[in-house]
Design a binder for this molecule. Structure first.
Ligand SMILES: Nc1ncnc2c1ncn2[C@@H]1O[C@H](COP(=O)(O)OP(=O)(O)OP(=O)(O)O)[C@@H](O)[C@H]1O
Length: 572
């Protein structure tokens, strides 16, 4: 204990104490049934007093009402503790989920696994499990009472309890590995299925369904085997504990009967001790019955604590910096992609001022997208820094910084929703004027209003209802939304026609005119005529940086005929 989850649970300390107190009351009240029985047998029946019987019955009825109330209250409090944990850990969990993908390079599904793990913990905390655990110490009270009735009754129940505890520990050992294995296979199974669903068209077109199904099935068989192993073990243990408890109840009854035959106890004691001993063993029995829930929650807890330790959320910055307005400087930058061992770009060094736009060029795998990701605050520098107005990006809270950054990834990545929601980055409610201004800046307004539902058109799952060019232009509008200071466009022209390219040119000029900075990754220099600076990368190194005309003149001189022609119209 001591990790984030324990801290979150610790915030409900007072509620946990109250649950403990309610458990104490419940366990004491639960004895009343046995006492009632003992009194009826040993006092009421010999004295034949109906009045006493009715009085006792009224008392026990009231006690049962309170028992029900306390039980309900305990259930509600545990549900509240689960909900509070959810509120307290929610933001941290979301940040950790982002971090494990962005910083540790885990597959995106790891985030969904973390959420599932947390659901399991919350479900356990809000369910009857913690109540069972809190009932455990009260077993001692029942033993004490049984021993007071007669030492042999205590001994018989104690032996039974030891055997049941042994079974519980055995269950723990036996279920630990299959529980872990089940979680691993379940996550892999879900990830494979979701990937196949995402790429169903390509898979279908190229006849890969059968092969992928076999691959999925292979993993699914492992999942099913782990599930079967777990349920066999749990079933066997559940059955053993049930049978053993029945045996034990009869054993205690037999001990009681022997004592009565020996004139060492009254008849009422037989029944009372039988009830008390079954109450004493009930918490252990319930623990065994719900073992799977506890084992799953515990392994989920361990995984999540490891996740929080490995990907701690960035410390919240308390001082809000003014919006950047003057410069972008990149100094001796090296980036190691998450999960990679070596830097894929190093020693990148340049500076741009408000009103500048730079084209980033280079052959495939030169590191252009890596630089774009670093500038968009996705991947952190392994060495060197990226600063806006002199302050490194690390000094910003990522959500606050995001407002000042426009990013169009190579794969565009629209989200399921309407055009307006996507352009407005899902701001709620969105600013219609800003959405329209961004769409106009990206030259896509006319195309949007020509659609039957205009800005409210549903774009389908991840933009599936749009053409490649439409997706790219709406992605550009999203990057321009809110006039961010730094606009990073990764191959924004790969799907554009001549009209789209002209709109892109105007958009870049627009960023420059309003005093922003644009960085445009492009393979064709001609496609981006409005950039006054050029950055050349090759094999992760900076080959050249400077005014576009100068860089291309140098390139033409070094390799005549190979250098691409710089488009005319480059305004400095
Ligand atoms: N997540 C990653 N883990 C490890 N290596 C990576 C990762 N992403 C990119 N790389 C490597 O970094 C190098 C540069 O990739 P990058 O995508 O930045 O190139 P690029 O210049 O944008 O290429 P292209 O023009 O083909 O898009 C490549 O060798 C690639 O294998």
């Amino acid at each position: 204990m001591g990790g984030q989850l324990a801290l979150a649970l610790g915030k409900s300390r007072r509620a946990l104490w109250t649950v403990g107190l309610l458990s104490a009351l419940l366990n004491i009240l639960m004895l009343s049934g046995s006492f009632y029985m003992m009194l009826v047998y040993d006092s009421v029946i010999p004295s034949k007093s109906e009045q006493t019987l009715f009085a006792l019955f009224a008392m026990i009825s009231v006690i049962y009402v309170f028992q029900g109330l306390f039980d309900m209250l305990r259930g509600r409090m545990l549900a509240d503790i689960g909900a509070r944990m959810d509120r307290d850990i929610g933001t941290q969990l979301q940040k950790a989920m982002t971090n494990i993908t962005l910083r540790l390079g885990r597959k995106p599904e790891a985030g969904a696994d973390a959420m599932r793990d947390f659901d399991q913990i919350r479900n356990y905390v809000s369910g009857p499990g913690p109540g069972n655990l809190m009932d455990l110490p009260w077993i001692i009270l029942y033993f004490a009472l049984l021993t007071l009735l007669h030492i042999w009754l205590g001994v018989a129940t104690l032996v039974g309890a030891i055997i049941l505890i042994g079974l519980t520990l055995y269950a723990d050992r036996k279920t630990r590995a299959p529980t872990e294995s089940l979680a691993r296979h379940a996550s892999k199974r879900a990830a494979m299925l979701s990937e196949q669903q995402r790429h169903v068209e390509m898979i279908h077109a190229m006849g890969m369904e059968g092969r992928l199904w076999l691959r999925w099935n292979h993993n699914n068989n492992a999942y099913l085997a782990a599930a079967a192993r777990l349920s066999r073990t749990a079933g066997l243990l559940g059955m053993s504990s049930r049978v053993f408890r029945m045996f034990l109840q009869s054993a205690v009854l037999t001990v009681g009967a022997l004592l009565v035959l020996d004139n060492k106890a009254t008849g009422g004691i037989i029944f009372a001790s039988s009830i008390i001993s079954s109450r004493a063993l009930a918490p252990i029995d319930q623990l065994l019955g719900n073992w799977r829930g506890l084992a799953t929650a515990r392994s989920a807890w361990n995984r999540l604590e490891k996740l929080f330790a490995a990907a701690p959320a960035a410390a919240l910055t308390t001082t809000e910096l003014p919006p950047p307005a003057a410069s972008l400087s990149v100094e001796k930058l090296a980036i190691v992609p998450p999960g990679a061992q070596r830097p894929v770009i190093q020693n990148i060094h340049f500076r741009l001022s408000a009103g500048d736009a730079a084209i980033v060029m280079g052959p495939s795998a030169a590191g252009k997208s890596t630089l774009a990701r670093a500038l968009a605050n996705i991947w952190q520098p392994a060495l060197g820094s990226i600063s806006l107005d002199g302050a490194s990006l690390a000094q910003w809270d990522s959500d606050r910084l995001g407002v000042h950054i426009g990013y169009l990834p190579q794969s565009v990545e629209l989200l399921t929703g309407t055009i307006a929601e996507n352009i407005a980055r899902f701001a709620e409610p969105h600013d219609s004027a800003a959405v329209i201004a961004a769409a106009k800046a990206a030259g896509v307004h006319d195309m949007i209003v020509a659609m039957p539902q205009g800005y409210d058109s549903f774009i389908g799952v991840e933009g599936a209802n749009l053409s490649g060019g439409q997706r790219q232009r709406i992605g550009l509008a999203r990057a321009l939304y809110g006039d961010p200071f730094l606009v990073v466009l990764d191959e924004p022209n790969s799907n554009l026609d001549a009209q789209g390219e002209a709109a892109l040119d105007r958009a870049i000029q627009g960023v420059r005119d309003r005093g922003g900075i644009a960085l445009v990754v492009a393979h064709r220099a001609g496609a981006v005529a409005r950039c006054n600076f050029a950055l050349m990368l090759k094999d992760g190194a900076q080959v050249a940086f400077g005014p576009t005309e100068e860089i291309f003149a140098r390139a033409r001189a070094a390799a005549p005929g190979q250098a691409q022609v710089v488009a005319t119209g480059n305004r400095n």
